[in-house]
Design a protein around this ligand. Structure first.
Ligand SMILES: Nc1ncnc2c1ncn2[C@@H]1O[C@H](COP(=O)(O)OP(=O)(O)OP(=O)(O)O)[C@@H](O)[C@H]1O
Length: 606
């Protein structure tokens, strides 16, 4: 146990160093808003001075005009006018100060969210294999919001409350140094209360934040998988889990509020005690004519105001802590590099247009696993000529999708290489590679947007007419015709409102529009009924003419007419050849085929 102490301390030191580096990193974002921050400081000085001069004006009115028996009304009117003017000035400059800090703070966080999202969109699929989407939602929404509070609350409080304190002390010493000296006796009591509460407030604050993050993450993940939750009748279990998280957040929140209220009331109590103290000491001095009554009035007003900024600065401690933790988490995300270094500089295709690549694909002794210890593909070598139609078959988990993931470079090989037209995919810039290779998956992703934008993927260089033509080509125009606003119909997230097969047709139209030189269909027609499949198949046959095409299918009938069929078994190529060759051989493929035809009861082991 004793050995853990220094270890924990070293860990805490590392965390602290990371957090301050993160805060420093955030300050880079603040740089473009320098002028707004200078404006905030200027406005704060004017607003505070106008605020704190008000008791001074009353003091002049009392001591110089009311108490000396003067019956003149006009100086009082003038002082009253001045008081009003100061109030208006304070109001106006507080407003401008608030506007400026919000513009700066929100601007910083808007930029931060933008950069973070852009960064996340470049991270490789392996990153998303590890991270929960709910956790990422919390980072983008919750953490950036906390960072925004750093600028709009912590920075503002430090400037405003720090200056207020300095001004109050200045006025107090200006009015009566002895009474001001007595007031300083309060400082140890203030420090004691702050120290007593600080640790506890931090703990309760962090507890409620972390429980809120858990709640948000759980909600986000459940909403995206709600159809599965319902399909498996998990509603009651999920509601129970939600309730647990919800009530533990409720308790943590109440505890945090209770601590804050206790802290605030302690300060109020101290404030009232100090007013009583000053009234007693000052009152005696006024009776003994050692102090003017106006000075006492102004003093009491200042001492009342003295606690508010201290209270506010102490409260910001929590926000500062939370902001540094959030900044650290955001920074760590920024520092996560894509495992796929996009350093390739070799272009492919005629005139540098990857869509006009020849389409020769080679797998050279490829070994790959999602974790290094568990290889999923073992020593795959393939040589595919341009324009060939390749079928890939194999039982569930044999490695079919993994094989084409390497061609798309969603992952990098552990050994060996994949080349297109003789160029290693790692040497091809990712943007070129993604244009060269078109992928249609079983569950195509549709974006929130119109049909037109979903087909042309928001690329406005592709005209709506080209989109319509592509839809006609794959037979999607009848479907679009049935939608309320035709091609302008807005699809909601994940394309809900369309059946799986209809979503598939839209993704086929994409391929027709973008015409990649290599086409991959991963169980792409599995969701279509047989008549639609036939129609799409015809369309695909025309699209795939002259293009290297990979077709992954469970239904062997889908790949029977391929130039060559690759049969995968446990991450290795078991057989390859045309349908008739493989059937003649009477091996694993022939058994798979027989099984798919329902001639064999047992599925071959794979
Ligand atoms: N993202 C991933 N992270 C970790 N392991 C994975 C991942 N994707 C697939 N695997 C594993 O890799 C192996 C091969 O999976 P792959 O999806 O390539 O098989 P498949 O032949 O396409 O199967 P199916 O016919 O079911 O689509 C399986 O054991 C699978 O569990």
């Amino acid at each position: 146990m004793a050995g853990q102490e220094p270890e924990n301390r070293a860990k805490q030191d590392r965390e602290k160093a990371g957090q301050s580096a993160a805060i420093r990193g955030l300050l880079v974002y603040a740089k473009p808003h320098k002028r707004q921050f200078v404006g905030v400081v200027g406005c704060t000085i004017i607003a505070i001075a106008a605020d704190l001069l008000q008791p001074y004006i009353v003091k002049i009115a009392i001591d110089d005009h009311l108490m000396n028996g003067s019956k003149e009304f006009s100086p009082l009117l003038l002082l009253g006018g001045l008081y009003l003017l100061l109030s208006l000035l304070s109001l106006l400059f507080s407003y401008i100060q608030n506007q400026l800090i919000q513009i700066a703070g929100q601007g910083i966080v808007m930029q931060l969210r933008k950069d973070l999202f852009r960064h996340l969109s470049r991270l490789s699929p392996s990153f998303y294999d590890r991270m929960s989407s709910g956790g990422l939602v919390t980072h983008i929404s919750g953490d950036t919001e906390t960072v925004s509070q750093f600028f709009t609350q912590v920075c503002l409080s430090l400037v405003r409350d720090g200056m207020t304190l300095a001004f109050i002390l200045f006025f107090m010493f200006q009015l009566d140094p002895v009474l001001a000296g007595y007031s300083l006796l309060l400082l140890p009591a203030i420090a004691l209360i702050a120290a007593l509460f600080r640790g506890y407030m931090r703990k309760t604050y962090q507890l409620s934040r972390s429980r809120l993050s858990r709640l948000i993450a759980f909600t986000a993940e459940n909403l995206s998988g709600m159809n599965l939750v319902q399909a498996f009748h998990q509603e009651r279990e999920q509601v129970k889990q939600f309730e647990d998280r919800n009530s533990s957040y409720y308790e943590a929140n109440l505890r945090e509020i209770r601590t804050n209220v206790l802290f605030n009331r302690s300060f109020d109590l101290l404030g009232n005690l100090s007013v009583a103290f000053v009234t007693w000491i000052g009152g005696r001095a006024v009776y003994g004519e050692g102090l003017e009554f106006g000075v006492l009035y102004a003093f009491i007003t200042y001492i009342r105001q003295f606690f508010q900024p201290i209270n506010s600065i102490t409260q910001q401690w929590n926000t500062l802590q939370a902001a540094s933790v959030s900044a650290d988490r955001i920074w760590r995300l920024f520092k996560t590099n894509s495992e796929l270094a996009d350093k390739g500089v070799t272009t492919i295709g005629q005139d540098g247009d990857p869509r006009r690549a020849v389409g020769a694909v080679r797998f050279n002794d490829v070994v790959f696993g999602y974790t290094p210890e568990e290889p999923v593909l073992q020593g795959i070598s393939l040589d595919i000529e341009p324009g060939q139609r390749i079928g890939i078959v194999g039982t569930t988990g044999a490695g079919k999708s993994s094989l084409i993931s390497l061609l798309c470079r969603f992952y990098d090989t552990q050994r060996g290489s994949v080349t297109i037209d003789g160029v290693d995919v790692r040497q091809i810039p990712l943007v070129q590679l993604r244009r060269a290779v078109g992928l249609v998956q079983q569950e195509p992703y549709l974006f929130s947007g119109s049909i037109i934008d979903n087909v042309r993927l928001f690329d406005s260089s592709i005209s709506p007419e080209q989109v319509r033509e592509a839809c006609r080509f794959v037979g999607a125009d009848a479907l679009v015709g049935r939608l309320p606003d035709g091609y302008e119909t807005l699809l909601s997230e994940k394309g809900s409102g369309l059946s799986a097969g209809e979503r598939q047709l839209i993704s086929f139209a994409r391929i027709v529009v973008f015409r990649p030189s290599i086409l991959i269909l991963d169980e792409a027609t599995a969701n279509l009924d047989s008549s639609t499949e036939q129609m799409v198949q015809q369309a695909l046959n025309s699209v795939s003419v002259g293009r290297t095409t990979f077709v992954i299918a469970h239904r062997i009938s889908t790949v029977m007419d391929a130039d060559r069929i690759i049969v995968l078994r446990s991450g290795r190529i078991a057989e390859s050849g045309s349908h008739s060759e493989l059937m003649r051989r009477g091996g694993y493929y022939a058994r798979l085929y027989a099984h798919s035809q329902g001639e064999q009861e047992e599925q071959p082991a794979g």
